[in-house]
Design a protein around this ligand. Structure first.
Ligand code: HEC
Length: 171
């Protein structure tokens, strides 16, 4: 009788572990390493608001966008006095740059609006590395966002006009 206890306990443990692994499948499938900085990078992406622009529909869907779609860039233009910009596909961007290059680049990086490039200057070196490692842990995505459109030219994609308006302005 007692000789069955150990195998039964092991089997039960196996089932629990299997179910637990399955529940975490969506996250495990986008991460292949246990480097703790990756989890830190994911946290920085969330609190840094990077998904708000770099993930399509993230704000419109109250953040309910599967991680598999995070940071792939957005073809919805952001239009203002600077022209029309498109949030970069960060998976593609980081795949074309090594980690040390990114750390150097982030120190001097300055983009057109509405990218809050000045917030990146606050990141410590280890934060920049964690961010990089997290994005590189996501599956590759080579989608290109449309090219920047200079001021005065009409974008050929849907775009959000970000110019402030006075209350009595009709158009
Ligand atoms: C309010 C919208 C917005 C938010 C929030 C935002 N970005 Fe951006 N980001 C953009 C846009 C738009 C561009 C393209 C700018 C351009 O074309 O000049 C961009 C470009 C970039 C680039 C490319 C810079 C280059 O060298 O061309 C990087 C890297 C980047 N963002 C990282 C981030 C990270 C990391 C976060 C979160 C900490 C973040 N962004 C948050 C809108 C945003």
């Amino acid at each position: 009788m007692t000789k069955w206890i150990l195998p039964a306990a092991l089997a039960a443990f196996g089932i629990v572990a299997f179910v637990a692994a399955g529940m975490d499948l969506t996250r495990a499938s986008v991460r292949s390493t246990s480097d703790p900085s990756i989890e830190r990078g994911r946290y920085l992406v969330l609190i840094g608001g990077c998904n708000d622009c770099h993930t399509p529909d993230y704000v419109a869907r109250d953040g309910e966008v599967p991680e598999a779609r995070w940071l792939v860039g957005d073809a919805l233009g952001r239009t203002g006095p600077w022209g029309t910009t498109y949030p970069t596909n960060l998976r593609r961007y980081f795949s074309e740059m090594d980690e040390d290059t990114w750390v150097d680049h982030a120190r001097t990086l300055k983009t057109r609006p509405p990218m809050p490039w000045f917030n990146l200057r606050v990141f410590t070196e280890s934060d920049l590395r964690a961010l990089y490692r997290y994005v590189r842990s996501l599956p590759a995505d080579d989608t290109r966002v449309p090219d920047y459109v200079p001021p005065g030219q009409q974008p050929r994609t849907p775009h959000v006009i970000m110019t402030p308006r006075l209350p009595d302005q009709r158009k």
